[in-house]
Design a protein around this ligand. Structure first.
Ligand code: ADP
Ligand code: MG
Length: 707
């Protein structure tokens, strides 16, 4: 990633290479022209005046009107970054933060990381010269922990506020309190058309500014029958469009839910087109189709690959297959056809059974309309919805439920407690989370020892809040320091914070699977990850070695960087980093400590039952646990994937005694003595009323929740 062409000054442009459309597209002059043509540019001075006159402004505009890329530049040009202060711009997604920072740096003709930078978890690309800083909303939230007044910012832009991501919603409350203390701080909230009134009201009738925009009509085409396989339907639809219209008619944007179905769609379109072309020409054609460029976009994709979606593809039709990041965050110009699968991945929390999972769920009507609208930016377009009109009206919510009302809040509540917000219910939420979610999340924090009986942060809780990790991982890390194996857990936690490290190319699945088994530690996927890292280290962190072993070099590199940062943080917090040598049980005990609430017991052939809620689970087929014949009686797991099966992912065998020890609040042990020497042990969930009793003892209901 970097700036493609850097002018030395406005009048001193570098010579352009002839006949290179790419160079033309990225030349400084051209970019300035494009900038000036954006709707936001037309209203620049009015907008700036409104911002000067008000502390909070809500800016509304069609997607692609220039809110994200232009606003921060306007403010910089207007002097908001004088005397060393920053304009900060938050994004709900990492990919967007990196991508827009890259774009803005290019528009300003500066190197990314200097005047324009970005910061995402475990990656800070800013410097002392930075004036415009793009970051995830999670980063700004963490910054409030160390700098309560956010002194270094003169202005904060909360971008994509309509997405209602958890961190954005929490920041709203924090900033609302902060604005009265810092009268000089400006807050700009940008939103697509939905939700804007709410934001104005929340900030005491803040003025709204609408960027006038132009869009073209989009014809919506519904599926006549319910679709059983949306990937297959999308492939068929994309090929139909491509084969029946000239390439110059426009590009195709396909909405899918995540990496897996995106990759399947990309591969499927290629395959199908090759088939058709081979039949047409009567011979076997092995190369790629020449008139099409298919580009995936999802968060785990490396930044340089993501950037490709913006590059022009002369004489080829571009097909972008994306997650809902392309709904509002990123605008691909030239799209005339949208194909919408009707689903997205959602984090969902069920407080009754304390279950957090990633689910594929129908999108909302608002999302569906936003997706369709992407086809009408450059001319009239078409949106193919891979669902029936009935299901649009019957199955979809009008608006997406804000994340704060449907996810586990233990991490968020830990931060709020750390910030001194004791009465959670009195915190100003735009939409308050359901009380039951607050209760169970507080309860979870209590069970892992982050809160005391009165709902105050414990020492452990305070330490946990300092780590940018989910509570189970920060707990694991802190316990490991006492158990003498923090070197090992540090590696495991870092490996859990990166995308898939094993690489499984389609043509070489068998070979790569075999290779993977060589790293297996049969009692634990966590130890398997540790093993991969240790061997990589022993091979001098070599990329060549990764390729040979079907490992993603970039993921490992990232894990190494995360490890370095967590290591520094541990030193700073005076948490000892020690190694247990080859005492793997010590490591597994810590893993058990972190996930004691996510334990399961073998209940049949490769089937497990969750100990706390009785849910039937299966170990994911890629697990190292299958490498050793019999499956262990008790396991803890990192995450639960709800697809067609309920799979648990990244699993470790544990001793029931450890579960008793670390999960003493949840579990009872029953010993059945069969004769003098042998007895069997069974772990059970404590009876429900005893847990209720504990909650009462915890006095949450009385002291914390009610005012
Ligand atoms: P908004 O935030 O209002 O949706 P943006 O500021 O993101 O709009 O986009 C404004 C314009 O800049 C759009 O036409 C978009 O296509 C273009 N753009 C944004 N990022 C890039 C990029 N990395 N490369 C090329 N064009 C881009
Ligand atoms: Mg935007």
């Amino acid at each position: 990633m970097g700036v493609k062409e850097k002018p030395a000054g406005n009048s001193d442009l570098e010579p352009k290479e002839k006949n290179s459309s790419k160079n033309l597209e990225t030349s400084y002059e051209h970019i300035q022209e494009v900038r000036k043509s954006l709707p936001a540019y037309q209203v620049r001075s009015e907008l700036l005046q409104l911002i000067r006159d008000n502390q909070v402004v809500v800016v509304i505009g069609e997607t692609g009107s220039g809110k994200t890329t232009q606003l921060a530049q306007f403010l910089n040009e207007d002097g908001f970054c004088n005397s060393g202060r920053l304009v900060g711009c938050t994004q709900p997604r990492r990919v967007a933060a990196m991508s827009v920072a890259t774009r803005v740096a290019m528009e300003m003709g500066v190197e990314l990381g200097n005047e324009v930078g970005y910061s995402i978890r475990f990656e800070d690309k800013t410097s002392k010269d930075t004036k415009i800083k793009f970051m995830t909303d999670g980063i700004l939230l963490r910054e409030t922990l160390v700098s309560e007044m956010l002194d270094k910012y003169s202005c904060i832009i909360m971008d994509e506020a309509h997405e209602r991501s958890l961190n954005t919603d929490v920041l709203f409350g924090i900033l609302k309190n902060l604005l009265s203390k810092r009268r000089d701080l400006k807050l700009i909230i940008t939103s697509a058309t939905m939700n804007a009134n709410r934001f104005s009201r929340f900030f005491g009738a803040a003025p709204q500014f609408t960027i006038p925009g132009r869009t073209f009509p989009v014809q919506v085409v519904y599926s006549r029958h319910p679709v059983s396989d949306y990937v297959e339907s999308a492939i068929v639809q994309a090929c139909k469009i491509h084969l029946s219209t000239p390439v110059s008619n426009g590009d195709i944007l396909i909405f899918m839910t995540g990496q897996e179905d995106i990759e399947a769609t990309c591969a499927g379109v290629y395959e199908k087109l090759l088939d058709v072309y081979a039949k047409r020409s009567g011979k076997q054609q092995l190369n790629q189709p020449e008139d099409i460029e298919i580009l995936p976009i999802y968060s785990a994709l490396p930044a340089d690959v993501q950037g490709k979606i913006f590059e022009p593809t002369p004489n080829k039709r571009k097909v972008v297959v994306a997650t809902n990041i392309a709904e509002t965050s990123l605008t691909v110009e030239g799209v005339r056809y949208v194909i919408d699968c009707g689903y997205s991945k959602l984090k969902v929390y069920n407080p009754q059974i304390g279950l957090d999972s990633l689910q594929i769920a129908p999108i909302s009507m608002a999302s569906a309309n936003q997706r369709s609208g992407r086809a009408g930016r450059t001319g009239p377009g078409f949106a193919y919805r891979l669902y029936t009109e009935d299901s649009f009206f019957d199955d979809m919510y009008v608006q997406t439920i804000p994340e704060i009302q449907r996810t586990n809040l233990s991490n968020t509540l830990l931060l709020l407690k750390y910030l001194g917000v004791n009465d959670i219910m009195a915190f100003p939420f735009v939409d308050p989370p359901p009380e039951q979610i607050i209760m169970t999340s507080l309860f979870e924090l209590w069970t892992i020892g982050a809160l005391d009986n009165f709902g105050n942060l414990t020492e452990l809780g305070k330490q946990m809040a300092a780590f940018p990790l989910q509570p189970s991982l920060s707990k694991m890390l802190l316990v490991s320091s006492q158990n003498g194996c923090s070197e090992e857990i540090l590696t495991i936690v870092s490996m859990l914070s990166v995308p898939q490290v094993f690489y499984r190319p389609k043509e070489r699945e068998k070979e790569s699977d075999q290779c993977r088994t060589r790293f297996f530690v049969p009692e634990s996927d966590h130890l398997t990850l540790l093993n991969v890292y240790s061997q990589w280290k022993a091979n001098s962190y070599s990329s060549h070695w990764c390729r040979r072993n079907f490992l993603q070099f970039k993921s490992l590199q990232r894990a190494r960087e995360i490890r370095r940062q967590l290591y520094t943080l541990m030193n700073k917090k005076k948490v000892p980093v020690v190694s247990s040598g080859t005492d793997w049980d010590a490591v597994r005990k810590c893993i058990c400590a972190g996930y004691a609430h996510q334990a399961a017991k073998l209940s049949g052939l490769s089937r497990y039952t969750q100990l706390r809620n009785g849910l039937e689970l299966r170990v994911h087929p890629t697990s190292a646990l299958f490498g050793a014949g019999d499956l262990p009686s008790y396991v803890v797991y990192h995450e639960l994937l709800l697809t067609t099966n309920e799979y648990i992912n990244t699993v470790t065998a544990v001793d029931p005694d450890w579960l008793m020890n670390y999960g003493v609040l949840f579990y009872n042990v029953k010993r059945r003595v069969e004769d003098e020497e042998f007895y069997t042990e069974e772990i059970h969930e404590k009876p429900k009323d005893s847990i209720d009793m504990m909650i009462e003892q915890f006095e949450m209901k009385k002291n914390i929740i009610t005012r």
